[in-house]
Design a protein around this ligand. Structure first.
Ligand SMILES: Cc1cc2nc3c(=O)[nH]c(=O)nc-3n(C[C@H](O)[C@H](O)[C@H](O)COP(=O)(O)OP(=O)(O)OC[C@H]3O[C@@H](n4cnc5c(N)ncnc54)[C@H](O)[C@@H]3O)c2cc1C
Length: 381
């Protein structure tokens, strides 16, 4: 059985100054953001905001200065992320790149890829998307079929990706393709590629409307797309190991328990301190969120020490989505469908979250897949 111990964590006192700095910046830059816009949380998209954040040195905080980073600690980065999410700042234009795409490039990419991409992301100039899921392989990533065939002057790509968040806004995609078509090479036949999806001919991006009628994710078709040899990211056949490391980064951050935080704020604002049921239920919710925060911080500490927290990251993501999906239900139970004097902002935030919450246990790995991983970690399968 893998070690399930998450080391406890306390923020060093010097982080408090940084926290206050971020709060002051947010009070200045997003003061007029409406509660329902704040509820979009890390999917809110605003390139100008990313540029402002980049100018403050709050993107790529832990990357080497040589690659445009700021060589701050991962704890300092965590403080900034928490404040951005708690305030509902529109971080969607740089979030994926900061969280996983550039860390993957810095780990596996060549010098040219690192130098040409990372500094621009740190300045808030580039948006990335993740090309993992395909129509017939979402949970079973190793079943990826989109082909990357080696040709004389590079690679020829044919196939389709789906559910690609922000592909319609993105500058780059890191995609997982099949480079070995032998059926025995299911896991060893995959490779990652770094693709300029705005300027490469043969790529078609079709928006898919979600339940709100909004387009956030897309279908991306590759039709005889030619990529240069240096589009390969890391080793040929190394895609599986690279992608599983990337998923650990994707699963453990504070966004996994703070996507519904605006609704918690609205409920706390409206709660009646003399209503013991409301008080007890909200107390329980905040206690659960505090526990998740400790777990997520523990995982961040492990990542910063170069340890592999894949199992613990799955537990954080799983528990986070359970709590987050229960939050709109709790709001409904405590404040009712007819909000009356409870105020329209609670109503609007709740309406947004009720529509998007089913996705919390799908995006970044479904509940069943995470439970399977946890069971394996416990030696149960
Ligand atoms: C909001 C959102 C954003 C997303 N953004 C991206 C993105 O940017 N890039 C990207 O690549 N993907 C993205 N995805 C896709 C997401 O990661 C996949 O939808 C997810 O991995 C599930 O794959 P699938 O849809 O093919 O479902 P399937 O894999 O077909 O699963 C269907 C159901 O079967 C269950 N199931 C499947 N296999 C097993 C098993 N072995 N054991 C038990 N149960 C199983 C699943 O849990 C699920 O309930 C996004 C999804 C959402 C909802």
């Amino acid at each position: 059985m893998e070690n399930l111990n998450i080391p406890p964590f306390t923020f060093p006192a010097e982080c408090e100054g940084l926290r206050q700095e971020v709060r002051a910046f947010l009070a200045e830059t997003i003061a007029d953001r409406k509660p329902e816009e704040r509820a979009e949380n890390w999917s809110g998209f605003d390139r100008d905001f990313s540029l402002k954040l980049g100018a403050r040195g709050w993107i790529g905080m832990v990357w080497p200065k040589k690659y445009g980073g700021h060589e701050r600690t991962s704890v300092e980065r965590y403080v900034v992320l928490e404040e951005l999410l708690a305030a509902g700042a529109p971080v969607g234009a740089h979030w994926i790149a900061d969280r996983q795409s550039v860390p993957t490039i810095l780990k596996y990419g060549n010098e040219e890829q690192k130098l040409s991409i990372a500094p621009r992301v740190a300045r808030g100039e580039l948006c990335f998307c993740i090309g993992m899921s395909e129509p017939d392989s979402g949970s079973d990533l190793a079943a990826t079929r989109t082909k990357a065939e080696q040709i004389a002057d590079g690679w020829l790509i044919n196939g389709r990706k789906i559910w690609t968040t922000r592909a319609h806004n993105a500058d780059y995609m890191i995609a997982l393709f099949r480079t070995d078509f032998d059926p025995t090479a299911k896991h060893t036949g995959l490779s990652q590629f770094l693709i300029d999806i705005k300027n490469t001919p043969g790529i078609t991006i079709r928006g898919i409307k979600d339940v709100r009628g909004e387009i956030e994710f897309n279908e991306v078709t590759f039709d005889n797309v030619k990529l240069a040899p240096d589009a390969l990211l890391g080793k040929v056949g190394g895609g599986w190991a690279q992608v599983t490391g990337e998923l650990a980064l994707e699963r453990s951050g504070p966004e996994r328990y703070l996507s519904s935080v605006q609704l918690v704020v609205e409920m706390l604002d409206r709660a009646d301190p003399t209503d013991s049921h409301q008080v007890a239920e909200l107390g329980r919710l905040v206690a659960e969120m505090s526990t998740l925060r400790q777990m997520s911080l523990g995982v961040a500490g492990m990542l910063s020490r170069g340890e592999n927290p894949a199992l613990l990251a799955s537990i954080v993501k799983h528990q986070g989505s359970l709590v987050e999906q229960r939050t709109p239900e709790l709001a409904h139970e405590l404040f009712g469908p007819d909000l009356g004097d409870n105020g329209p902002s609670l109503n609007r935030v709740m309406s947004h979250l009720i529509q998007v919450q089913p996705s919390f246990s799908i995006r970044g790995g479904t509940r069943e897949i995470l439970r399977g991983m946890i069971a394996r970690g416990l030696g149960l399968r």
